[in-house]
Write a protein that binds this ligand. Structure first.
Ligand SMILES: Cc1cc2nc3c(=O)[nH]c(=O)nc-3n(C[C@H](O)[C@H](O)[C@H](O)COP(=O)(O)O)c2cc1C
Length: 201
């Protein structure tokens, strides 16, 4: 028997992968890095949930090019170093208590910039997966929430060599360890439980 309790969580972050978006503001030399976890893929399109108050959203409205960088477990402390910052020169009032402006999250987090091939924003060299992408759609989540659902079509995918299965476009699922965000805690991937009937490896 599974007895249940009705609860009222303040957030519903039961666990989603962490992604670091790189975006550029036209005219700015340094690209911005935005940690998110509202990200999932449908075919070759990523669906991203972004606060309208983020610099990422502001940049994407001006230039719809981005890189979706996926970190692994080793990078959680670098991500946490930039977590309290925003690329927005003027920190939105509701964030002022907990956030500060940081124009160069690369140095703060110890990230290295690597030029992209099909989009303006650079990739994050330390991230094992880097997807160059283009915004194809933006839908307001809810005017009151101040968030937007962004669709981003993946144009090009780069993976660290250690993840690539030679001679294929497959990612080595034994080598790739995504990082998950669960109620604002960082987790690494656990043990493999089984395999789906459609798996290609
Ligand atoms: C692990 C992690 C996951 C986050 N997930 C999201 C998210 O899914 N959407 C979002 O808008 N903000 C998310 N945030 C908060 C933003 O990173 C934060 O508002 C940041 O200041 C935005 O940076 P920017 O203003 O420079 O774009 C997350 C933060 C962390 C550390």
């Amino acid at each position: 028997m599974h007895s249940t309790l009705a609860i009222e969580p303040s957030v519903f972050y039961f666990g989603t992968p962490v992604a670091l978006l790189t975006t550029v503001k036209p005219g700015d030399e340094t690209a911005n890095i935005t940690p998110i976890s509202s990200a999932w893929a449908l075919d070759d399109t990523y669906v991203l949930g972004l606060s309208d108050a983020s610099q990422a959203m502001c940049n994407l409205r001006e230039n719809g090019e981005l890189v979706i960088n996926l970190p692994d477990a080793r990078l959680w402390e670098s991500i946490e170093r930039i977590a309290e910052t925003t690329g927005a020169a003027e920190v939105p009032s509701h964030k002022r208590e907990k956030y500060r402006h940081e124009p160069d999250k690369w140095t703060l987090g110890g990230f290295t910039s690597r030029g992209s091939e099909s989009v303006l924003p650079p990739r994050i060299a330390e991230c094992p997966v880097q997807m160059e992408a283009l915004v194809t759609n933006m839908t307001p989540l809810d005017e009151e929430e101040g968030a937007t659902i962004v669709h981003a079509k993946v144009l090009r995918t780069h993976v660290h060599q250690a993840l690539a299965l030679p001679g294929t476009s497959h990612v080595d699922v034994d080598a790739w360890k995504p990082m998950y965000y669960t109620f604002r805690h960082y987790f690494s991937q656990g043990e493999r439980l089984g395999v789906n009937f459609r798996a290609e490896q």
